[in-house]
Design a protein around this ligand. Structure first.
Ligand SMILES: [Zn+2]
Length: 351
């Protein structure tokens, strides 16, 4: 009888031990989970997320792209250490609670001249499904402020590639682009076709450097080392040169073909149709095109409705322009018209 009771007691103890082990191993353990702050943010209630979206017109996540961030690593983001979320600074609030906004900000290490945009450069597949980058070429132009307004209304940011010569016509408009906080690179001095046989290697280099120095002169600050070849016409020599200058090259994934479009609807259709196929990518537009400026408010709404998210590309460090080209550009500078008559600014009070 005593041994039977002992056996029963032993069975009960064993059952408790087994149940305890099962509970311990199968219950969720906070210490075993990776520190995923971004996942936690996604799981928050919808109302809180919406409120956060309203405040998020600036940096949400900052991920560094480096030479090591090749396609293999990009395909396995879990392997990369999760960057600490950027502190939410006193950035201006977004007045539009339903804005497209910015879903992710990336900082590009331009060392060695990385290329982006799969039409030509396939090294860095950093965008995930439905992520797009907005880029605008050929400004600054009188059409540019309408583009800036459309972007501001949606609390989102883009990358601009101005033409050097145009910055001498409209330096004030380029300064508006900078004041709005967008990334500004360069797109040569005179929009020369750098793959043309008529251009020497030196002339191609001059086009690149004068473009950056012209932007610097207009801004009073160094631009991002981001470059787009006019007509995307690169050569082994020019890409090698950009590499030595640590300038990133931008090609395209989704071409709006806005310079050929006859209406704003055509621009919108071109982008949305290509995105249906590509699902993500760098979108090429021109802030100099009237139809693009007109299309942008609707296009940005359609991107939002289609579940597309904006990735904003910034440079880790700005370019150091070359002094000889800065000096060359300084000679082209015209007196800046402020709109105030001289008599209102400088008055003779005694002679
Ligand atoms: Zn262009």
């Amino acid at each position: 009888m005593r041994s039977a009771l002992g056996l029963m007691l032993a069975s009960v103890v064993a059952a408790i031990v087994i149940a305890g082990v099962w509970f311990w191993t199968s219950s969720p353990r906070a210490d075993a989970a990776p520190p995923q702050t971004t996942a936690a943010a996604k799981a928050e209630p919808l109302a809180a997320a919406a409120a956060k979206q309203a405040a998020r017109d600036d940096v949400e996540t900052t991920a560094a792209l480096s030479k090591r961030a090749d396609a293999t690593q990009a395909a396995a983001p879990a392997a990369a250490p999760a960057p600490a979320p950027a502190p939410v600074a006193a950035a201006p609030r977004c007045a539009n609670p339903d804005a497209l906004g910015i879903s992710r900000t990336v900082v590009v290490d331009t060392t060695g001249g990385p290329g982006f945009g799969f039409l030509q450069y396939k090294q860095y597949d950093f965008l995930t499904d439905h992520e797009v980058v907005l880029t605008f070429d050929d400004g600054p132009w009188p059409t540019t402020p309408a583009v800036l307004k459309a972007l501001a209304d949606e609390c989102t940011k883009a990358v601009f590639f101005p033409i050097g010569l145009h910055t001498t016509y409209h330096p004030d408009i380029l300064r508006q682009v900078a004041a709005a906080g967008h990334t500004i690179g360069a797109h040569t001095w005179s929009h020369a076709h750098l793959a043309s046989k008529k251009l020497t290697e030196q002339q191609a280099k001059d086009e690149i450097e004068k473009g950056f120095s012209a932007v610097k002169l207009a801004l009073g600050a160094n631009p991002a080392p981001f470059f787009r070849f006019p007509a995307l016409a690169h050569t082994p020599a020019t890409t090698a040169y950009l590499g030595t200058r640590n300038i990133a090259m931008f090609s395209v994934d989704v071409d709006s073909n806005d310079f050929k479009s006859k209406s704003s609807d055509e621009v919108i259709n071109n982008v949305m149709t290509k995105l249906d196929k590509e699902h993500k990518g760098i979108i090429l537009m021109h802030d100099l095109q009237k139809h693009t400026a007109q299309a942008l408010p609707t296009l940005l709404r359609k991107l939002k409705a289609g579940g597309y998210k904006i990735v904003w590309m910034k440079a880790k460090t700005q370019i150091e322009t070359l002094p000889e080209y800065d000096a060359m550009m300084a000679k082209t500078e015209k007196p800046i018209a402020t709109g105030r008559p001289i008599g209102n600014v400088v008055q003779t009070i005694a002679d």
